[in-house]
Design a protein around this ligand. Structure first.
Ligand SMILES: [Fe+2]
Length: 155
């Protein structure tokens, strides 16, 4: 059965494309944060190990929200590592950086996702897609707050 929610097909497609990039960024940052939780060493171990856990759990829940918004627009959500690698603006980490570098990479990652969410907001706003605009706003808020907390560790 066809979809008729008052958003033109081309707008739904453009928004879903933006949300797919947001999903890919969030997934890449999720994986990076979880890896840093595992591999962190040094005097900051306890606080960063726990801080990263809070952050990857928040990112994991966000993935489902973003993917299900794409589905609500009647488009398919990307769900493979290959698609995420292609769509993501965040570079993966294959090594084990020193804790300060981990934190700096995560600041950069959260800022990147916030910028992508901001682009999604513009697309959604233009098409009167309030649920996507709301989700993009929530994601900007979460990423900007986390970026601030991580940035403060390096001050
Ligand atoms: Fe753990």
């Amino acid at each position: 059965m066809g979809i008729d929610i008052g958003i033109a097909k081309k707008d739904r497609e453009a928004i879903a494309k933006g949300l797919s990039r947001l999903l890919a960024d969030s997934y890449t940052l999720y994986l990076k944060t979880h890896g840093f939780h595992w591999n962190i060493t040094g005097s900051m171990f306890n606080s960063l190990h726990l801080m990263f856990e809070t952050q990857y759990n928040e990112l994991w829940l966000a993935l489902d929200q973003i993917a299900e918004r794409i589905r609500s627009l009647d488009l398919a959500a990307p769900a493979s590592g290959a698609q995420f690698a292609k769509l993501s603006s965040i570079k993966e980490e294959t090594g084990v950086p020193e804790w300060r570098d981990m934190v700096a990479q995560l600041v950069e990652g959260h800022e990147t996702v916030a910028r992508t969410a901001r682009e999604v907001f513009q697309l959604a706003d233009k098409a009167s897609d309030q649920p996507t605009a709301d989700l993009a706003t929530q994601r900007m808020q979460a990423h900007e707050k986390t970026a601030w907390m991580l940035r403060s560790l390096l001050a």
